[in-house]
Design a protein around this ligand. Structure first.
Ligand code: ATP
Ligand code: FE2
Length: 330
């Protein structure tokens, strides 16, 4: 079985082609230019509409297959921006109908977890999902993936990108922040905001911007943002792991490519006798392969999405998804 998966929750349109063993035959994406600030949902959807078909042809060529070898089509059904989701869903419906194959609607957050479980070999992890728009701690409990903690305002990546934009760093700012942070060991006090297993980042952004305006060194600010935000993430992840008594921590989302964050998570894991798992970067960021793979997993468990049920869900919660493939496994 080969599945073609379409990701289109936010700024990235991605096509992944994956086989039954999770061999990634193609994983290609195009992203809108986010350097001017924020994502305009309509403009992003137009970008996806222009790119989805050419990208699909490129991915099929790259995979070295023909369209009639595709046995399943999956797409990101939510959560995300309505116009972007609808564009990806429309393409997926059209392809599934044309090829006369099944369609599967996938929860984007569950897809981060499933691809991570598969490629790293962990079985029942706590996921630290830190991306542009999302920051959540998720684990399997009582038959569902549950969100134990999350950001109460912006995603950590969005905060980093906003800070970067205001101090003149290129977009996305994450890798530049990481590079600049290496040039400092000077920890500036920033508002550390953890409530239970939830976190908040907007106070840190405001404080860092004000300090920059007053002449604080950019390297020191980058270092301090990393140390503060990552310590918050590690604290809530550890709390969730203790609560659900799990000894695997899986990383997902674009921000977890940061080596300092990985180092901090690894130390936390080692200290509690747990193990950290990190998928390759191309499978951490938003990508079509994770949607394709989760389509295969769901379809293997007997799930298909009828066209009339394939309407997108902007607020598709992680804990709404039934996980028949997990039954009896963990
Ligand atoms: P979502 O998954 O919520 O839809 P997204 O598509 O914006 O959000 P990703 O593609 O997973 O997110 O990740 C992009 C984010 O990762 C950007 O905010 C970027 O700045 C951040 N990022 C990338 N590399 C690094 C790094 N080395 N350090 C910190 N942040 C990073
Ligand atoms: Fe994502």
């Amino acid at each position: 079985m080969i599945c073609l998966g379409i990701e289109g929750t936010a700024h990235t349109i991605g096509i992944g082609i994956v086989d039954q063993d999770c061999k990634v035959l193609a994983n290609m994406s195009r992203m809108i230019d986010g350097s001017k600030g924020g994502i305009h949902p309509r403009e992003a959807a137009n970008h996806h509409a222009e790119n989805v078909v050419p990208l699909m042809h490129e991915a099929v060529t790259k995979a070295g297959i023909s369209y009639d070898e595709i046995g399943l089509v999956s797409f990101s059904q939510g959560p995300g921006l309505g116009p972007c989701l609808r564009t990806a869903a429309t393409a997926a419906r059209g392809l599934a109908l044309a090829l006369e194959v099944d369609l599967v609607g996938v929860n984007h957050c569950v897809a981060h977890l499933e691809i991570g479980r598969k490629v790293t070999g962990c079985s029942d992890p706590t996921l630290m999902y830190a991306s542009g728009g999302n920051t959540q701690v998720i684990a399997y409990s009582g038959g569902r993936y549950r969100v134990f903690g999350e950001t109460m305002d912006v995603g950590i990546g969005n905060m980093i990108d906003k800070f970067g934009r205001s101090v003149g760093l290129p977009f996305p700012a994450g890798p530049h922040l990481e590079r600049l942070a290496k040039g400092s060991k000077e920890l500036i006090d920033l508002p550390y905001s953890v409530k239970g297993m939830d976190v908040a980042f907007s106070g840190i952004l405001t404080a860092a911007q004000q300090l920059h305006a007053k002449g604080a060194k950019l390297e020191d600010l980058c270092y301090s943002i990393q140390e503060t935000c990552f310590a918050m993430l590690v604290e809530v992840t550890e709390r969730a792991m203790a609560h659900v008594e799990k000894d695997e921590v899986l990383l997902g989302g674009g921000v977890v490519q940061n080596k300092r964050l990985q180092e901090m998570v690894r130390i936390m894991a080692e200290e509690r006798g747990a193990k950290m798992f990190v998928p390759p970067g191309s499978l951490c960021v938003d990508n079509g392969a994770m949607i394709a793979w989760t389509g295969i997993v769901m379809h293997g468990a007997g799930i298909t999405t009828r066209i009339e049920d394939s309407v997108v869900n902007q607020r598709f919660r992680t804990d709404e998804v039934d996980l028949p493939w997990m039954m009896g496994k963990v």
